[in-house]
Design a protein around this ligand. Sequence first.
Ligand code: SF4
Ligand code: FES
Length: 247
Amino acid sequence: MKLTLRIWRQRSSGDKGGLVDYRVEVSPDASFLEMLDVLNERLAGAGEEPIAFDHDCREGICGACSLVIDGAPHGPEQATTTCQLHMRKFSDGDTITVEPWRAKAFPVIKDLMVDRSAFDRIIQAGGYITAPAGTAPEAHSIPVPKPDADFAFQAAECIGCGACVAACPNGSAMLFTAAKVTHLGLLPQGQPERYSRVVDMVEAHDESGFGGCTNTGECTLACPKEIPQDVIGRLNHDFLRAARKPR
Ligand code: SF4
Ligand code: FES
């Protein structure tokens, strides 16, 4: 396949940045990131600066990859991470635009890499349980109703990639925050901090510069793990109950 890539290049967070065109030739079986590897090898060989982009597992589980491809976070295929996207989804001769996540709370570090430490701050505010360490208890000693276990498991599939933020017209991270609140708030081990957690995580969300949720639903459409908007309903429910509880 012969393709034209229009890639966002930006030397540093203070640089203005802009789109630069590159031509590449790649197999339809290559992944999107392998295609960038091919281009980077060529750039490095020619003594040019390779394109900076985030990646790690390349298996759709770590949440590191983060590209806006032709205007869509993680590209045109639904329920897929950038690393799991293959070039056969495109056509020979295509021009593909590649940009970083765009959100006030995710400033660009370089080229296609953004700073997602705001997500760490939300997790540090309450995305954990407090439990005595020691020998793991017998798995069935705390029964969990099946619907709760299933929904908690679904929410726990969030890989923290940030596509929901990049897709949201408000730059909101409510789907991410709500996935964590739902995952822990549904399980018995998450009950002691259930109400302080939701308040603290929403506070950290707002302080980090994410916008508010207005239920546009773009987040779920862009989410590679198809986290449903129901988690935001659960967050709102717990948040309102927390407001009536003494802290
Ligand atoms: S909710 Fe989905 S899109 Fe948002 S961070 Fe989690 S996995 Fe990524
Ligand atoms: S590189 Fe880990 S999810 Fe894409």
